[in-house]
Design a binder for this molecule. Sequence first.
Ligand code: NAI
Length: 263
Amino acid sequence: KKTAIVTGAASGIGAAVCEQLRHAGMRVIGIDLRHSDICADLSTAAGRAYAVEAALCLSENRIDTLVCCAGLGPQAEPVASIAAVNYFGVTALLDGLFGALQAGCRASAVVVSSSSATLQAWDGNPLRQAYLDNDEAAVQAMLAALPPDLAPQAGFIAYASSKNAVACAVRQRAASWGQAGVRLNAVAPGAVQTPLLEAGLADARYGEGIRNFVAPLSTRARAEPADIAALIGFVAGDSAPFIHGSVLFADGGIDAAMRPQHF
Ligand code: NAI
């Protein structure tokens, strides 16, 4: 039986991915803060190290699919935890489990980014560079020292920057992972009906922006977790052998409507 590791397995998109992969016949090992096979806090270096160690142990060092869904929304406090989980909690697992993926069968990994990653320009932004340099202290210092006009948006900036950087982290690894025969992609959802989205909608600072973050699609404004899980299952699976290093938007057209000339 093939083995999958899924972070954020206890809720929302991660829970839907677990169901999808189990349905496809895989053995699924979930990682989350609670209610999971491996209970670990991916916001801390110690929690990430424990999650990697436990995943290697339970999988016996052979992983066929890795899906990183665990994440915090822009309303989460403290702001530092958003970058910690959404970026550093992802790259620690990618790099820590890469060896076990190389031992897997036609292995691949998928990371959940967000279409909010493109709402701001990050080219040349020192915050993005600090992420890509794997400098967690510098990221946290920059988020804590935002200029007064940006400080009220700190949660959103932490969220969007972490989601942009994690998509870049996927693309940065495409050459080396490709050489090793392990595919790696990012999926960037728009608004998905989950507890994370509900918490954002209920937040006084970000609720209105999130309410307006709807797809330009007459059939539905928001996705269901299963819609995103279906795409992740496809991209991670054997039907997508040539999809590698890609950032696949599943946002009902939000990114296209905002940036028609960029892709
Ligand atoms: P969710 O809140 O339903 O699930 C996220 C899971 O991550 C939870 O089970 C939570 O316990 C876990 N998690 C949070 N912090 C953790 C930590 N420190 N250590 C271990 N696990 C932790 O949210 P949802 O919406 O399913 O989010 C999944 C991913 O999709 C996230 O990365 C999110 O940013 C992303 N996303 C969600 C969108 C949406 O509209 N819901 C849109 C775009 C991206």
